[in-house]
Ligand binder design. Structure first.
Ligand code: ADP
Ligand code: ASP
Ligand code: MG
Length: 813
């Protein structure tokens, strides 16, 4: 005998019911089939909604009823186009009975648990009727048997407990006499010993099937649903989740208890007792393997699945009066048991100063009221405090039989949560170590599941979620480089780099699943109005793991928001130099936040564009070296200017050309005044461990007073024309000595200065070409011969690749 159960989605549409019948016909070829069916998908919820509306005297229960009626009549008429009148009359009579029940609830405005069970039982009774009649109309030898005549329970309405002896006897007796090749059974419904309608709890059709399978001691119990098995995590929340091939009964039970809705938790016990395996299959993909659940599995994987339960409230009983006095927890849990309040989670610190436990949100207030009543005396004596409730929490649990023999799993779990700024409110680990649970804010569930899934199941790929502000010259190249390298990164570095947010000064767009970079400019042009605050708020609200904010602007207001990002554990990558060259306090504060919130703050492109200057410096220091002196040419634009300026060119024209080719800041005065170079040497000095401010740097400007006092860029260019003789003199003086002009930054014995220098032949700076930069680090280890880094130090492409490298550094972390 085959026992198969089909869930709500599987019997939720004409197409799916047709698939179900096809599967049953195939199975029937070898042995008779018993098929347990759920209500049509969503009907149980609709019945309850109609009931609650009627109970509150809301006449819209009638329209809810009408929807329920239409759904069923429509399915029947499409499944059996020329349906017999007798069949449709019978369906209509059942629907009329449902209406009378709802009218009654409306009339007396009361919906007791007993009436609620009567109400919801219609779901399975209707679906099983329709499916049976459809099969009959196809000439299949099928009988519908009402499970209320087989499954007998106590009168704990809405979640009744089964009387196994009677139930098994009934099932065995019925099937020993049954001759049909197919039997349809409504799931979920049952009757009490007194003959009242009861149900087995939400999701209970799985349990009905388990009871039948166990009573008849069949070979396997098949649960057919809308996903291809029990997944490593809820596939609706974790896209990368995949079906688990094999699980032990214990693991399946833990996963379902902790939220894997695909299997109703009580389902496991009856089949476990008889050693009957459970197979979870997908009606929509019958050929997929699904999940096989049986006694001990030989699989060595430690963590087998991650599940979550939402709508949890955490209650804390606390007080010095509890320490060392036995009986408190007994009294506490007795109160809860007496009021049938289910405790999902318990922890007690070894100081015994407090007991913390989790209940469903719906039970929290009643639990507090009853416990405060029970401990009234101790509360008035100030021995303990009234219960404190925290709401909007969820439990996230790692499940696996083999976790107990592996150290470090909980460490990895909590450090992963911590790194992603997910605050853990309470922790529990069962003595069997099959389950490690953490209580976190409901807001963080999706992020927690995805990061944990990544760490425990996808070790090989890391998702980076990037938010880019500023898609001008450099930003545009960055996006293009990401687009081009996406596949390479995935294949070779196992990094899944996704651009989630993009903004220029006018518009911004977001896509939680990653913006398609194919025509990102068009997508951005349809975006909402840009705002720096709005960009931050969305990045925060999306709450994605490994989020990185990339600042490709030169804007002070953007730099002022880094602290906000870091506090949300969002990494910051910037080519904008403003933050790092602001006051030392501000720079230091950002460094501190980066450490505190585990969010990298990287700004390699602040010095030497794509050259690995800061990274090299950081590595020298991390390995115990000490910087004694730095000599550098750090301005690609000034180098370009002085390499092209001579007695045949004009200073003004050369500067104009540098700007036109994108080597200068938008305001060339920032470069020519030396401020840009001063900022860079300041950052290198600070990264070398020196406390320094921009004002501490000596800046002997080569510009004239008129150049420096110009009050606009245009004005500045005019003064360059007027002062051509001054610049020609600087060139001639150097040229006479066979030297070249270079703008040099120096850091020595804790002091820094910037200025134009005449560099003699033979000096490492002498042959520095085009817009190149050079940095020479003298350290304790590199005493005589400095560590030299040299190469293109300006330009959109190299700056973009420097930003890219910072992003990848975070990915490789
Ligand atoms: P049915 O109506 O077939 O009984 P359910 O809705 O009760 O189906 O259960 C299937 C659903 O369980 C899936 O669609 C999925 O959303 C949810 N689910 C939650 N956790 C898991 C998990 N770990 N594996 C598979 N499904 C899960
Ligand atoms: N129809 C019931 C519910 O939705 C039982 C089930 O589908 O398993 O809870
Ligand atoms: Mg279900």
């Amino acid at each position: 005998m085959h026992v198969l159960k089909f869930g709500g989605t599987s019997v939720g549409s004409v197409e799916n019911i047709t698939k179900v019948i096809q599967i049953l016909e195939d199975y029937k070829k070898s042995q008779p089939v018993i098929c347990v069916v759920s209500a049509v998908g969503g009907i149980t919820d609709k019945l309850l909604k109609a009931g609650h509306l009627a109970q509150t005297k809301d006449e819209s229960y009638l329209s809810e009823y009408k929807t329920i009626k239409d759904i069923h009549l429509n399915i029947l008429s499409r499944l059996i186009p020329n349906v017999d009148k007798a069949v449709s009359d019978k369906l209509n009579t059942k629907l009329d009975n449902l209406k009378s029940l709802l009218d009654g609830i409306y009339l007396i405005n009361e919906l007791s648990p007993k009436t609620s069970d009567k109400l919801v039982s219609f779901g399975e009774l209707l679906s099983s009727y329709i499916i049976t009649e459809t099969m009959k109309s196809k000439g299949i030898d099928v009988v519908r048997k009402n499970t209320q005549e087989l499954i007998i329970t106590n009168d704990n309405f809405t979640k009744a407990e089964v009387n196994y002896n009677t139930t098994y006897k009934n099932i065995q007796e019925y099937f020993s006499n049954a001759t049909q090749s197919a039997t349809i059974l409504p799931g979920f419904v049952s009757k009490s010993q007194q003959g009242e309608i009861t149900t087995l709890g939400r999701g209970g059709s799985d349990f009905t099937a388990a009871l039948v399978a166990s009573a008849l001691e069949v070979d396997t119990l098949e649960i057919w649903t809308d996903v291809s098995g029990m997944y490593t995590a809820n596939p609706k929340l974790v896209k990368q989740a995949y079906p688990i091939k094999k699980l032990s009964y214990q693991e399946a039970m833990e996963l379902s208890h902790f939220g894997a809705k695909v299997l109703y938790p009580p389902t496991v016990q009856p089949v476990l007792d008889k050693n009957i395996p459970i197979v979870i299959k997908n009606t929509m993909e019958p050929d997929a393997d699904g999940t096989y659940i049986a006694h001990e599995q030989t699989n060595n994987l430690t963590v087998r699945g991650i599940s979550n339960i939402n709508d949890i409230s955490l209650l804390t009983l606390e007080g010095s009066g509890m320490v060392g006095i036995p009986g408190f927890s007994k009294r506490l849990f007795e109160v809860l048991a007496n009021h049938k309040i289910n405790v999902v989670f318990i922890t007690q610190a070894s100081s015994e100063h407090s007991i913390c436990f989790g209940v469903n949100k719906a039970d929290a207030n009643q639990a507090k009221e009853k416990i405060d009543q029970a401990f009234e005396y101790e509360i008035t004596q100030h021995k303990i405090n009234p219960i404190v409730i925290e709401t909007d929490l969820s439990i996230v649990a790692l499940i696996g039989d083999n976790m107990k023999s592996h150290q470090g799993i909980s460490g990895k779990m909590f450090s992963t949560l911590g790194k992603n700024n997910i605050n853990v409110r309470a922790i529990a680990q069962g003595a069997s170590e099959k389950n490690i649970s953490a209580v976190i804010s409901e807001h963080d569930v999706k992020k927690a599941l995805n990061t944990l899934h990544e760490v425990f199941f996808e070790v090989k790929t890391k998702q980076l979620n990037v938010f880019i502000t500023g898609v001008g010259n450099v930003g545009e190249r960055l996006v293009e480089q990401i687009k081009q390298q996406k596949k390479y990164l995935k294949d070779n570095l196992k990094i899944n780099l996704r651009v989630i947010g993009l903004s220029n000064s006018r518009q911004m767009v977001f896509d939680e699943d990653g913006i398609s970079l194919k025509n990102w400019k068009a997508v951005l042009s349809t975006g909402e109005t840009a705002s720096l605050e709005g960009f931050f708020k969305t990045a925060k609200a999306l709450n994605l793991r490994n989020s990185i904010f990339v600042d490709v602007t030169a804007n002070k207001d953007v730099a002022n928001l880094y602290a906000n990002y870091l506090k949300e554990s969002i990494a910051v990558v910037a080519c904008n130099k403003i933050a790092c060259s602001d006051t030392f306090d501000k720079y230091n504060q950002l460094k501190y936040l980066s450490r505190k919130y585990n969010a990298p703050f990287l700004f390699e492109t602040n010095v030497g564009a794509g050259l690995p200057v800061i990274d090299t410096l950081n590595n020298l220091i991390a390995s115990g070296d000490k910087v004694t002196s730095i000599q550098a040419v750090l301005s690609g634009s000034l180098n370009f200017v002085f390499n092209n300026f001579n007695d045949t060119t004009k200073f003004h024209d050369v500067v104009k050309q540098a700007q036109a080719e994108g080597y200068t800041e938008p305001d060339p005065r920032i470069d020519l005044s030396g401020v840009d170079v001063a900022r860079k040497i300041l950052i290198l000095a600070r990264e070398s461990g020196t406390v320094m401010e921009l004002e501490d740097i000596t800046n002997d400007s080569f510009l004239t007073k008129a150049n420096l006092e110009s009050n606009s860029v245009d004005d500045f260019y005019k003064t360059l024309i007027d002062d051509e003789a001054h610049f020609q003199k600087l060139f001639a003086q150097a040229n006479e000595k066979g030297s070249k002009l270079k703008y040099v930054a120096e850091f020595n014995e804790g002091k820094a200065k910037v200025g134009l220098k005449e560099i003699p032949q033979g000096h490492p700076f002498y042959n520095l070409e085009g817009k190149d930069n050079i940095v020479m680090f003298y350290t304790q280890r590199y005493k005589e011969q400095p560590m030299i880094i040299k190469g293109a130090g300006a330009g959109a492409d190299v700056t973009a690749s420097g930003l890219f490298a910072d992003i990848i550094r975070i990915g490789n972390d």
